[in-house]
Design a protein around this ligand. Structure first.
Ligand code: NCD
Ligand code: ZN
Length: 349
């Protein structure tokens, strides 16, 4: 197969940032994706519905003419989050999910949750009204090895939390381990997981290939090869509990290429091309649409998109996109380290 038409995909985990960075990166997501779950880890974070509405307006104002894109807004859960504000945001249609960052787990997460008992009331309300919780699934205890933080989180935080609050609908975001995949598969309801493109393409060796490579560092950090293979199996299985969330997370190059570089891999410009490459390798191009365009809306109880995206396989490898130039500086695009022949060749609204 050298040409594949799918319904327009959505990105169920995306960092768009703000200001000049937002203006620079948004067009690369809105070109291909019809909707995206917008991560709220700005500085300061998006914690109230009023802040979410203002952020939504800034995103819409930065959208290029002719692009059809709907930002799905997310509230950043803090120990001070008010259940009534969350419910009002959900009822008005503004809020699609709430994001749980364990405090200190990743970029701009210091305002996240330390004491889970302080957010029980909000989570119970969310279970009542059916509002999904997006979870950054890593423990923050520095005594836990960084490569084990997801597996330990499942056992010590997520599973007890889901038992305490039955009916809470949870997305285990950017799952990176076989343990995570197995945990999701073992649940009958109220749990799904997003998978990034980069975690399907690289394992942890990429971070150290011939020297330290900051553009392959993200959180959760890429794991061993066996985990990458488990993610590939889950993504290409057609199982409706797994769907695409790129976690495209732009940082300007000086913030990555330095003594203490930020976590985040920027994949928006070539996410769909890389994904087609992965699904072709797995003999699963017929299931790409489910992963990128159908399973996510089904979980979020939204209709799939009406428009279409055409992916084409070229005879020659398609070069990795150039750095994206933003008003804040350049941002390096994910290099999958293998030749990719796929490209997005057409888009219809
Ligand atoms: C994200 C960021 O840069 O905001 N970084 C990352 O490595 N994925 C935060 C996150 O999603 O963990
Ligand atoms: Zn993220």
């Amino acid at each position: 197969m050298t040409r594949l038409t799918i319904r327009r995909p959505d990105d169920w985990h995306l960092h768009l940032r703000d200001g000049a960075m937002l203006a620079g990166v948004l067009p690369h997501s809105s070109a291909d994706f019809a909707r995206a779950i917008i991560m709220p880890n700005l500085v300061p974070p998006v914690v109230t519905t009023a802040q979410a509405e203002a952020y939504r307006q800034r995103i819409l104002a930065a959208l290029p003419k002719g692009h059809d894109f709907t930002p799905l807004m997310v509230l950043y859960l803090t120990e001070g989050t008010a259940a009534d504000d969350v419910e009002a945001g959900f009822r008005s249609g503004l809020i699609t999910a709430v994001k749980l960052y364990p405090a200190g787990a990743t970029t701009n997460s210091h305002g996240g949750v330390r004491d889970f008992s302080k957010v029980t009331a909000v989570l119970e309300r969310m279970a009542e009204i059916g509002l999904p919780l997006c979870v950054h699934g890593e423990v923050t205890d520095p005594a836990v090895d960084i490569f084990d933080r997801e597996a330990v989180f499942l056992e010590t935080v997520l599973d007890p939390l889901r038992r305490r609050i039955p009916g809470l609908r949870v997305v285990l975001e950017h799952v990176t381990t076989r343990e995570g995949v197995d945990y999701v598969r073992a649940q009958e309801r109220d749990l799904a997981a997003t998978i990034t493109v980069h975690h399907l393409m690289i394992n942890r060796n990429a971070i150290f290939a011939g020297g330290i490579r900051p553009h392959y560092y993200c959180l959760p950090v890429a794991k061993r090869e066996e985990h990458r293979l488990a993610l590939r199996a889950a993504a290409t299985s057609g199982d409706a509990r797994f769907f695409l969330g790129t976690d495209s997370a732009p940082h300007v190059d000086p913030a990555k290429e330095c003594g203490c570089g930020c976590a985040g891999i920027y994949t928006a410009p070539n996410a769909m091309a890389c994904l087609a490459h992965v699904f072709e390798e797995e003999g699963a191009l017929d299931r790409l649409e489910a992963f990128a365009s159908l399973n996510g809306p089904a979980f979020y109880r939204l209709p799939p998109n009406e428009g279409h995206l055409v992916l084409e396989k070229r005879a020659a490898p398609v070069p990795v996109p150039d750095k994206v130039v933003t008003g804040e500086g350049t941002v390096t695009v994910f290099d999958p380290m293998v030749p990719v022949h796929w490209t997005v060749s057409a888009r219809t609204a």
